[in-house]
Design a protein around this ligand. Structure first.
Ligand code: FAD
Ligand code: SF4
Length: 327
Protein backbone atom coordinates (compact mmCIF):
# COMPACT_ATOMS: atom_id res chain seq x y z
CA UNK A 1 0.00 0.00 0.00
CA UNK A 2 1.27 3.46 -0.88
CA UNK A 3 1.64 5.77 2.18
CA UNK A 4 -1.18 8.32 2.64
CA UNK A 5 -2.40 10.99 5.05
CA UNK A 6 -5.55 10.15 7.01
CA UNK A 7 -8.21 12.65 8.13
CA UNK A 8 -11.59 12.16 9.74
CA UNK A 9 -14.13 14.74 8.57
CA UNK A 10 -16.42 16.27 11.22
CA UNK A 11 -18.98 17.50 8.69
CA UNK A 12 -19.64 17.68 4.96
CA UNK A 13 -18.02 21.10 4.61
CA UNK A 14 -14.78 19.90 6.17
CA UNK A 15 -14.86 16.72 4.06
CA UNK A 16 -15.16 18.71 0.84
CA UNK A 17 -12.41 21.14 1.88
CA UNK A 18 -10.07 18.23 2.65
CA UNK A 19 -11.19 16.38 -0.48
CA UNK A 20 -10.58 19.24 -2.88
CA UNK A 21 -7.47 17.73 -4.48
CA UNK A 22 -7.39 15.08 -7.18
CA UNK A 23 -5.13 12.97 -4.95
CA UNK A 24 -7.83 12.67 -2.23
CA UNK A 25 -10.33 9.88 -1.70
CA UNK A 26 -13.32 9.71 0.62
CA UNK A 27 -13.48 6.61 2.80
CA UNK A 28 -16.79 4.95 3.70
CA UNK A 29 -16.63 1.46 5.18
CA UNK A 30 -13.45 0.79 3.21
CA UNK A 31 -14.64 -2.62 1.99
CA UNK A 32 -13.79 -1.75 -1.62
CA UNK A 33 -11.38 1.19 -1.42
CA UNK A 34 -8.98 -0.45 1.03
CA UNK A 35 -8.77 -3.59 -1.14
CA UNK A 36 -7.93 -1.42 -4.15
CA UNK A 37 -5.33 0.52 -2.13
CA UNK A 38 -3.75 -2.74 -0.96
CA UNK A 39 -3.39 -3.80 -4.60
CA UNK A 40 -2.06 -0.27 -5.41
CA UNK A 41 -4.78 0.13 -8.04
CA UNK A 42 -5.91 3.17 -6.04
CA UNK A 43 -3.07 5.34 -4.67
CA UNK A 44 -4.65 8.33 -2.87
CA UNK A 45 -2.28 10.70 -1.09
CA UNK A 46 -5.04 11.76 1.29
CA UNK A 47 -7.88 9.61 2.67
CA UNK A 48 -10.83 11.36 4.29
CA UNK A 49 -13.02 9.22 6.52
CA UNK A 50 -16.64 10.31 5.98
CA UNK A 51 -18.34 7.73 8.20
CA UNK A 52 -19.02 10.43 10.81
CA UNK A 53 -21.33 12.30 8.43
CA UNK A 54 -25.09 11.84 8.45
CA UNK A 55 -26.35 8.27 8.33
CA UNK A 56 -29.88 9.30 9.22
CA UNK A 57 -32.85 7.54 7.56
CA UNK A 58 -36.01 9.64 7.75
CA UNK A 59 -39.19 10.62 5.93
CA UNK A 60 -39.69 14.29 5.01
CA UNK A 61 -42.95 16.25 4.68
CA UNK A 62 -43.22 15.31 0.99
CA UNK A 63 -43.20 11.59 1.92
CA UNK A 64 -39.72 11.23 0.39
CA UNK A 65 -37.24 9.02 2.18
CA UNK A 66 -33.88 10.63 2.96
CA UNK A 67 -30.91 8.34 3.53
CA UNK A 68 -27.59 9.80 4.69
CA UNK A 69 -24.54 8.65 2.71
CA UNK A 70 -22.91 7.27 5.86
CA UNK A 71 -25.84 4.96 6.65
CA UNK A 72 -24.57 1.40 6.81
CA UNK A 73 -26.11 -1.08 4.35
CA UNK A 74 -27.45 -3.20 7.23
CA UNK A 75 -29.13 -0.18 8.83
CA UNK A 76 -30.90 0.65 5.55
CA UNK A 77 -32.06 -2.93 4.94
CA UNK A 78 -33.37 -3.23 8.51
CA UNK A 79 -35.04 0.17 8.67
CA UNK A 80 -38.80 -0.05 9.21
CA UNK A 81 -39.65 2.64 6.64
CA UNK A 82 -37.50 0.92 4.03
CA UNK A 83 -38.97 -2.52 4.71
CA UNK A 84 -42.56 -1.27 4.66
CA UNK A 85 -42.39 1.19 1.74
CA UNK A 86 -39.47 0.05 -0.42
CA UNK A 87 -39.21 -3.73 0.14
CA UNK A 88 -37.24 -4.23 -3.08
CA UNK A 89 -34.48 -2.00 -1.68
CA UNK A 90 -34.22 -4.07 1.50
CA UNK A 91 -34.20 -7.27 -0.56
CA UNK A 92 -31.53 -5.95 -2.92
CA UNK A 93 -29.20 -4.97 -0.09
CA UNK A 94 -29.68 -8.29 1.70
CA UNK A 95 -28.87 -10.13 -1.56
CA UNK A 96 -25.41 -8.52 -1.57
CA UNK A 97 -22.08 -9.41 0.05
CA UNK A 98 -22.17 -10.88 3.59
CA UNK A 99 -23.56 -9.72 6.92
CA UNK A 100 -20.12 -8.52 8.03
CA UNK A 101 -19.53 -6.51 4.86
CA UNK A 102 -23.03 -5.02 4.97
CA UNK A 103 -22.38 -3.92 8.56
CA UNK A 104 -19.34 -1.93 7.34
CA UNK A 105 -20.45 -0.78 3.88
CA UNK A 106 -22.06 2.64 3.55
CA UNK A 107 -24.61 3.94 1.06
CA UNK A 108 -22.09 6.37 -0.50
CA UNK A 109 -19.46 3.65 -0.85
CA UNK A 110 -21.89 1.12 -2.26
CA UNK A 111 -22.93 3.57 -4.98
CA UNK A 112 -19.30 4.26 -5.90
CA UNK A 113 -17.85 0.76 -5.55
CA UNK A 114 -15.85 -0.28 -8.59
CA UNK A 115 -16.35 -3.12 -11.05
CA UNK A 116 -15.51 -6.71 -10.11
CA UNK A 117 -13.92 -7.41 -13.52
CA UNK A 118 -11.08 -9.76 -12.55
CA UNK A 119 -8.73 -8.22 -15.12
CA UNK A 120 -9.22 -4.83 -13.46
CA UNK A 121 -7.93 -6.24 -10.14
CA UNK A 122 -5.01 -8.11 -11.79
CA UNK A 123 -2.52 -5.25 -11.99
CA UNK A 124 0.47 -7.58 -12.48
CA UNK A 125 -0.57 -9.50 -15.57
CA UNK A 126 -3.58 -7.98 -17.36
CA UNK A 127 -4.27 -5.09 -19.68
CA UNK A 128 -7.13 -2.86 -18.56
CA UNK A 129 -8.31 0.46 -20.03
CA UNK A 130 -10.06 1.31 -16.79
CA UNK A 131 -6.79 1.16 -14.83
CA UNK A 132 -4.74 2.75 -17.59
CA UNK A 133 -6.46 4.24 -20.61
CA UNK A 134 -4.91 3.02 -23.89
CA UNK A 135 -3.53 -0.19 -22.38
CA UNK A 136 -6.20 -2.45 -23.95
CA UNK A 137 -8.85 -4.73 -22.44
CA UNK A 138 -8.06 -8.38 -21.76
CA UNK A 139 -11.68 -9.17 -20.96
CA UNK A 140 -12.91 -8.63 -24.53
CA UNK A 141 -11.16 -11.74 -25.84
CA UNK A 142 -10.65 -13.34 -22.43
CA UNK A 143 -12.99 -15.08 -20.01
CA UNK A 144 -15.97 -12.74 -20.08
CA UNK A 145 -18.79 -14.74 -18.53
CA UNK A 146 -19.64 -12.03 -15.97
CA UNK A 147 -19.31 -9.10 -18.36
CA UNK A 148 -21.77 -6.73 -20.04
CA UNK A 149 -24.33 -7.46 -22.74
CA UNK A 150 -25.77 -3.93 -22.93
CA UNK A 151 -24.11 -0.53 -23.46
CA UNK A 152 -20.51 -1.79 -23.58
CA UNK A 153 -17.83 -0.29 -25.83
CA UNK A 154 -14.79 -1.62 -27.68
CA UNK A 155 -12.67 -0.33 -24.77
CA UNK A 156 -14.47 -1.88 -21.80
CA UNK A 157 -17.12 -4.55 -21.19
CA UNK A 158 -17.21 -4.39 -17.39
CA UNK A 159 -20.42 -4.49 -15.32
CA UNK A 160 -21.39 -2.44 -12.30
CA UNK A 161 -21.53 -4.75 -9.29
CA UNK A 162 -23.96 -3.08 -6.88
CA UNK A 163 -27.27 -4.74 -5.99
CA UNK A 164 -28.47 -1.74 -4.00
CA UNK A 165 -28.07 0.60 -6.98
CA UNK A 166 -30.31 -1.55 -9.18
CA UNK A 167 -33.15 -1.13 -6.69
CA UNK A 168 -32.41 2.58 -6.29
CA UNK A 169 -32.51 3.15 -10.06
CA UNK A 170 -35.89 1.39 -10.28
CA UNK A 171 -37.11 3.61 -7.44
CA UNK A 172 -35.99 6.85 -9.17
CA UNK A 173 -33.54 7.71 -6.39
CA UNK A 174 -31.80 11.08 -6.52
CA UNK A 175 -28.21 11.62 -5.34
CA UNK A 176 -27.29 14.82 -3.47
CA UNK A 177 -23.73 16.01 -4.03
CA UNK A 178 -21.58 18.63 -2.41
CA UNK A 179 -18.35 19.99 -3.85
CA UNK A 180 -16.17 23.08 -3.71
CA UNK A 181 -18.44 24.76 -6.28
CA UNK A 182 -21.61 24.08 -4.26
CA UNK A 183 -24.38 21.52 -4.13
CA UNK A 184 -26.28 19.73 -6.88
CA UNK A 185 -28.61 16.78 -7.37
CA UNK A 186 -28.30 14.03 -9.98
CA UNK A 187 -30.78 11.19 -10.63
CA UNK A 188 -28.99 7.96 -9.75
CA UNK A 189 -29.85 6.65 -13.23
CA UNK A 190 -27.59 9.40 -14.63
CA UNK A 191 -24.77 9.18 -12.08
CA UNK A 192 -22.90 6.20 -13.57
CA UNK A 193 -21.53 6.44 -17.12
CA UNK A 194 -21.40 3.90 -19.92
CA UNK A 195 -17.74 3.18 -20.81
CA UNK A 196 -17.63 4.74 -24.30
CA UNK A 197 -14.11 5.96 -25.02
CA UNK A 198 -13.45 6.83 -21.35
CA UNK A 199 -14.00 3.67 -19.26
CA UNK A 200 -11.69 5.17 -16.63
CA UNK A 201 -14.33 7.86 -15.92
CA UNK A 202 -17.10 5.93 -14.21
CA UNK A 203 -19.49 8.62 -12.96
CA UNK A 204 -20.46 12.23 -13.60
CA UNK A 205 -19.01 13.26 -10.21
CA UNK A 206 -16.29 15.90 -10.06
CA UNK A 207 -13.20 14.54 -8.21
CA UNK A 208 -13.92 16.58 -5.06
CA UNK A 209 -17.66 15.86 -4.93
CA UNK A 210 -19.05 14.11 -1.90
CA UNK A 211 -22.33 12.18 -1.79
CA UNK A 212 -24.11 13.66 1.22
CA UNK A 213 -27.41 11.77 0.97
CA UNK A 214 -29.94 10.24 -1.37
CA UNK A 215 -33.69 10.77 -1.59
CA UNK A 216 -36.37 8.36 -2.74
CA UNK A 217 -39.70 9.65 -4.08
CA UNK A 218 -42.84 8.30 -2.40
CA UNK A 219 -43.23 4.57 -2.86
CA UNK A 220 -44.50 3.50 -6.29
CA UNK A 221 -48.00 1.94 -6.53
CA UNK A 222 -48.45 -1.83 -6.61
CA UNK A 223 -46.04 -4.54 -5.53
CA UNK A 224 -42.27 -4.75 -5.90
CA UNK A 225 -39.38 -7.15 -5.48
CA UNK A 226 -35.73 -7.85 -6.29
CA UNK A 227 -34.40 -11.13 -7.65
CA UNK A 228 -30.73 -11.95 -8.07
CA UNK A 229 -29.39 -14.86 -10.13
CA UNK A 230 -25.85 -15.89 -9.19
CA UNK A 231 -23.50 -18.84 -9.20
CA UNK A 232 -23.85 -19.51 -5.45
CA UNK A 233 -26.80 -18.86 -3.18
CA UNK A 234 -24.82 -16.33 -1.15
CA UNK A 235 -21.67 -14.25 -1.27
CA UNK A 236 -21.58 -13.87 -5.05
CA UNK A 237 -22.14 -10.97 -7.41
CA UNK A 238 -25.15 -11.05 -9.75
CA UNK A 239 -24.98 -12.70 -13.14
CA UNK A 240 -28.31 -11.00 -13.75
CA UNK A 241 -30.60 -9.25 -11.30
CA UNK A 242 -34.04 -7.71 -11.68
CA UNK A 243 -35.64 -4.94 -9.62
CA UNK A 244 -39.31 -4.65 -10.47
CA UNK A 245 -42.34 -2.73 -9.31
CA UNK A 246 -45.72 -3.39 -10.90
CA UNK A 247 -49.26 -2.05 -10.49
CA UNK A 248 -52.13 -3.75 -12.33
CA UNK A 249 -55.57 -2.21 -12.80
CA UNK A 250 -58.39 -4.31 -14.28
CA UNK A 251 -55.90 -6.75 -15.75
CA UNK A 252 -53.73 -4.09 -17.41
CA UNK A 253 -50.34 -2.70 -16.42
CA UNK A 254 -50.99 0.68 -14.80
CA UNK A 255 -47.45 1.36 -13.55
CA UNK A 256 -44.19 -0.50 -14.06
CA UNK A 257 -40.55 0.13 -13.12
CA UNK A 258 -37.81 -2.26 -14.16
CA UNK A 259 -34.05 -2.23 -13.69
CA UNK A 260 -31.34 -4.84 -14.29
CA UNK A 261 -28.02 -5.56 -12.63
CA UNK A 262 -25.10 -7.59 -13.97
CA UNK A 263 -25.74 -6.64 -17.59
CA UNK A 264 -24.07 -3.24 -18.09
CA UNK A 265 -21.44 -0.78 -16.90
CA UNK A 266 -24.21 0.89 -14.87
CA UNK A 267 -27.40 -0.21 -13.17
CA UNK A 268 -29.68 -0.52 -16.21
CA UNK A 269 -33.13 1.08 -16.15
CA UNK A 270 -35.22 -0.83 -18.71
CA UNK A 271 -37.19 2.10 -20.09
CA UNK A 272 -37.97 0.44 -23.43
CA UNK A 273 -39.52 -2.55 -21.68
CA UNK A 274 -41.51 -0.24 -19.42
CA UNK A 275 -42.87 1.72 -22.41
CA UNK A 276 -43.90 -1.47 -24.22
CA UNK A 277 -45.61 -2.89 -21.14
CA UNK A 278 -47.59 0.12 -19.95
CA UNK A 279 -51.30 -0.37 -20.69
CA UNK A 280 -50.85 -3.97 -21.88
CA UNK A 281 -52.56 -7.02 -20.41
CA UNK A 282 -50.54 -8.20 -17.43
CA UNK A 283 -49.64 -11.66 -18.73
CA UNK A 284 -46.52 -13.64 -19.59
CA UNK A 285 -46.71 -12.95 -23.33
CA UNK A 286 -46.72 -9.20 -22.73
CA UNK A 287 -43.89 -9.47 -20.18
CA UNK A 288 -41.76 -11.47 -22.65
CA UNK A 289 -42.46 -9.02 -25.50
CA UNK A 290 -41.43 -6.11 -23.29
CA UNK A 291 -38.15 -7.65 -22.21
CA UNK A 292 -37.42 -8.67 -25.80
CA UNK A 293 -37.79 -5.02 -26.83
CA UNK A 294 -35.22 -4.05 -24.19
CA UNK A 295 -32.80 -6.80 -25.18
CA UNK A 296 -32.79 -6.19 -28.94
CA UNK A 297 -29.71 -4.03 -28.35
CA UNK A 298 -27.90 -6.76 -26.36
CA UNK A 299 -24.47 -7.70 -27.76
CA UNK A 300 -23.21 -10.85 -26.05
CA UNK A 301 -19.53 -11.75 -25.75
CA UNK A 302 -18.17 -15.24 -26.32
CA UNK A 303 -18.95 -16.52 -22.78
CA UNK A 304 -22.06 -14.61 -21.73
CA UNK A 305 -24.83 -15.08 -24.34
CA UNK A 306 -26.67 -17.03 -21.62
CA UNK A 307 -27.37 -13.71 -19.88
CA UNK A 308 -29.91 -12.74 -22.55
CA UNK A 309 -32.13 -15.73 -21.89
CA UNK A 310 -31.47 -15.47 -18.15
CA UNK A 311 -32.57 -11.81 -18.06
CA UNK A 312 -35.65 -12.66 -20.11
CA UNK A 313 -36.70 -15.58 -17.94
CA UNK A 314 -35.91 -13.86 -14.64
CA UNK A 315 -37.94 -10.79 -15.63
CA UNK A 316 -40.97 -12.79 -16.81
CA UNK A 317 -40.87 -14.83 -13.60
CA UNK A 318 -40.56 -11.76 -11.38
CA UNK A 319 -43.42 -9.91 -13.10
CA UNK A 320 -45.60 -13.02 -13.05
CA UNK A 321 -44.91 -13.37 -9.32
CA UNK A 322 -45.90 -9.77 -8.77
CA UNK A 323 -49.24 -10.36 -10.51
CA UNK A 324 -49.77 -13.51 -8.49
CA UNK A 325 -49.34 -15.74 -11.57
CA UNK A 326 -46.87 -18.55 -11.84
CA UNK A 327 -43.95 -18.55 -14.32
C1 FAD B 1 -16.24 -10.32 -0.68
C2 FAD B 1 -17.17 -9.23 -1.12
C3 FAD B 1 -18.40 -9.57 -1.67
C4 FAD B 1 -19.27 -8.57 -2.10
N1 FAD B 1 -20.47 -8.90 -2.65
C5 FAD B 1 -21.32 -7.91 -3.07
C6 FAD B 1 -22.58 -8.20 -3.68
O1 FAD B 1 -22.97 -9.36 -3.84
N2 FAD B 1 -23.36 -7.16 -4.06
C7 FAD B 1 -22.97 -5.86 -3.89
O2 FAD B 1 -23.72 -4.96 -4.24
N3 FAD B 1 -21.79 -5.56 -3.34
C8 FAD B 1 -20.97 -6.54 -2.93
N4 FAD B 1 -19.76 -6.23 -2.39
C9 FAD B 1 -19.31 -4.85 -2.44
C10 FAD B 1 -19.69 -4.07 -1.23
O3 FAD B 1 -21.08 -3.87 -1.26
C11 FAD B 1 -18.95 -2.74 -1.38
O4 FAD B 1 -17.60 -3.01 -1.12
C12 FAD B 1 -19.46 -1.72 -0.41
O5 FAD B 1 -20.81 -1.41 -0.65
C13 FAD B 1 -18.66 -0.44 -0.52
O6 FAD B 1 -19.05 0.40 0.54
P1 FAD B 1 -17.97 1.07 1.48
O7 FAD B 1 -18.69 2.04 2.34
O8 FAD B 1 -17.14 0.04 2.17
O9 FAD B 1 -17.11 1.83 0.38
P2 FAD B 1 -15.59 2.24 0.39
O10 FAD B 1 -14.75 1.04 0.07
O11 FAD B 1 -15.25 3.02 1.60
O12 FAD B 1 -15.59 3.27 -0.84
C14 FAD B 1 -15.91 2.87 -2.15
C15 FAD B 1 -15.78 4.10 -3.05
O13 FAD B 1 -16.75 5.07 -2.69
C16 FAD B 1 -16.12 6.33 -2.40
N5 FAD B 1 -16.95 6.95 -1.36
C17 FAD B 1 -17.34 6.40 -0.18
N6 FAD B 1 -18.21 7.22 0.44
C18 FAD B 1 -18.36 8.31 -0.36
C19 FAD B 1 -19.15 9.51 -0.26
N7 FAD B 1 -19.98 9.75 0.74
N8 FAD B 1 -19.05 10.41 -1.27
C20 FAD B 1 -18.22 10.19 -2.33
N9 FAD B 1 -17.45 9.09 -2.45
C21 FAD B 1 -17.54 8.15 -1.48
C22 FAD B 1 -14.72 5.98 -1.99
O14 FAD B 1 -13.83 7.06 -2.23
C23 FAD B 1 -14.44 4.80 -2.91
O15 FAD B 1 -14.06 5.28 -4.18
C24 FAD B 1 -18.89 -7.20 -1.94
C25 FAD B 1 -17.65 -6.87 -1.38
C26 FAD B 1 -16.80 -7.86 -0.97
C27 FAD B 1 -15.47 -7.47 -0.37
S1 SF4 C 1 -13.66 -4.96 -19.11
FE1 SF4 C 1 -13.12 -2.90 -18.45
S2 SF4 C 1 -12.42 -3.24 -16.35
FE2 SF4 C 1 -12.32 -5.23 -17.37
S3 SF4 C 1 -10.26 -5.39 -18.28
FE3 SF4 C 1 -11.57 -4.50 -19.82
S4 SF4 C 1 -11.26 -2.32 -19.54
FE4 SF4 C 1 -10.60 -3.28 -17.67
Amino acid sequence: MTPFQFHRAGDAEEAVRLGATSASKYLGGGTNLVDLMRETIERPERVIDVTGLSGEIAMNDAAELIIGAAARNTAVAENRLVRERYPLLARAILAGASGQIRNMATVGGNILQRTRCTYFYDDDGSRCNKRQLGQGCDAIDGFNRIHAILGASSLCVATHPSDMCVALVALDAVVHLRGVRGQRVVPLAELHRLPGDRPDVETVLEPDELITHITLPPQPPGRSTYRKVRDRSSYAFALVSVAASLAVDEGRVADVRLAFGGVAHKPWRARKAEAVLLGQSANEEAFAAAIDAELTDARPLKDNAFKIDLARRATVAVLADLTGQQA
